[in-house]
Design a protein around this ligand. Structure first.
Ligand SMILES: Cc1cc2nc3c(=O)[nH]c(=O)nc-3n(C[C@H](O)[C@H](O)[C@H](O)COP(=O)(O)O)c2cc1C
Length: 337
């Protein structure tokens, strides 16, 4: 399949693995890139720019295909040394960067001067247009369903994607709730040029996280995520667990006076406890509603090949079949399985 995104990034399939804290290591990024998608190393999971340089070098040894680095721009009070992280990215020969969080505007000149393509992840049409205006090459449009930070507009992808298509000139991928061939075909129909998946890629053989995390995703339903930190306008969608229940209790008690310090124990230092130790009750970690569509733990290659071959069947079989009437009695499960 060729789309504006496969052509822009020099990849075979229009499938991107979004940056994920404590998940986006070289093992997963290289597996996705080797399978023809675009793998992404999560920049800030590496505690220093030097460690990021090493992780990039490790990934180059594991794949000769393009891969990207995610740079998440945090609120100013906790800003890491971004110029040094960018230097590690440029010197590591990276040609694609996924930015997220705050606007990448301040860093666009240096990224562009290094010939880097920038795909900015954001949760609204207005932020997508801003990204286009400041010179981003593409946008990852993240709907309300997404794992991580869905923003404060609560706009699901059924509306957000066609609205993005109405306004944007640069290509975009659909992010949030993407799991399988049905997601890909629907996203393409709504104007996207590919998909970005986070949560789905955690439940793969190569994802370098504790088996408990993968099992929890298979066990979870679409009803098992919770939104936290709304009162401080830093909303995050996470998988429910004992730590998250406690956090929500604190949020109910504090109401609008909630401060980040009040929930420190349930949000700080949780990722290594969950992803490395497999402590599934430790606290808040990002997870999308798409957990309800995750029923197995395939290899990355199996997952991507399955998506592409089933997309072919949905388009040629089910969708074309509606035009000639042969799909009338054909359930989507049959077309997708
Ligand atoms: C465990 C986890 C950690 C994440 N960490 C980051 C991150 O550090 N930076 C970022 O830009 N996005 C992060 N995300 C968001 C993903 O890149 C992606 O946008 C999102 O997962 C898409 O929604 P989905 O989970 O429904 O596929 C994270 C998502 C998950 C599930």
């Amino acid at each position: 399949m060729k789309t504006a995104i496969t052509e822009m990034f020099g990849i075979e399939h229009p499938i991107i693995q979004g940056g994920m804290h404590y998940v986006g290591f070289a093992e997963l990024a290289s597996a996705v890139s080797n399978a023809g998608g675009l793998g992404i190393i999560t920049g800030l999971t590496q505690k220093t720019p030097e460690l990021l340089a090493k992780e990039i070098a490790r990934c180059h040894q594991m794949t000769d295909k393009p891969f990207a680095v995610n740079l998440t721009f945090l609120p100013a009070f906790s800003a890491p040394p971004y110029p040094e992280y960018i230097r590690a990215i440029v010197e590591g020969g990276i040609k694609i960067v996924e930015t997220a969080g705050r606007s990448p505007e301040a860093y666009m000149p240096v990224l562009k001067a290094a010939g880097i393509k920038v795909i900015h992840k954001c949760t609204s049409v207005r932020h997508s247009l801003k990204a286009e205006k400041i010179g981003c090459d593409a946008v990852s449009v993240d709907g309300f369903e997404c794992g991580g930070h869905p923003g404060e507009d609560d706009m699901p992808n059924m509306i957000l994607l066609p609205r993005a298509a109405e306004e944007l000139k640069i290509p975009f991928v659909a992010s949030g709730g993407m799991a399988d061939a049905r997601s890909l075909v629907a996203a393409l129909a709504m104007g996207a040029s590919g998909i970005n998946m986070g949560t789905r890629f955690i439940a793969t053989k190569e994802a370098p996280v504790h088996e408990n995390v993968k099992r929890a995703l298979v066990a979870a339903s679409e009803l098992d995520t919770r939104l936290i930190m709304r009162a401080i306008r830093n909303t995050e969608r996470v998988l429910k667990n004992a730590g998250v229940e406690r956090l929500l209790e604190i949020e109910r008690e504090k109401g609008r006076s909630l401060k980040i310090e009040d929930i420190h124990d349930q949000v700080a230092g949780v990722y290594p406890k969950v992803m490395i130790d497999g402590d599934m009750e430790a606290g808040a970690w990002s997870c999308g509603m798409v957990a309800g569509l995750i029923h197995d733990i395939p290899s990355v290659k199996e997952l991507i090949e399955r998506i592409m071959s089933e997309a072919d069947r949905i388009i040629r079989g089910r969708l074309m079949g509606f035009l000639d009437g042969s799909s009338v009695k054909r359930p989507i499960r049959a077309a997708a399985s």
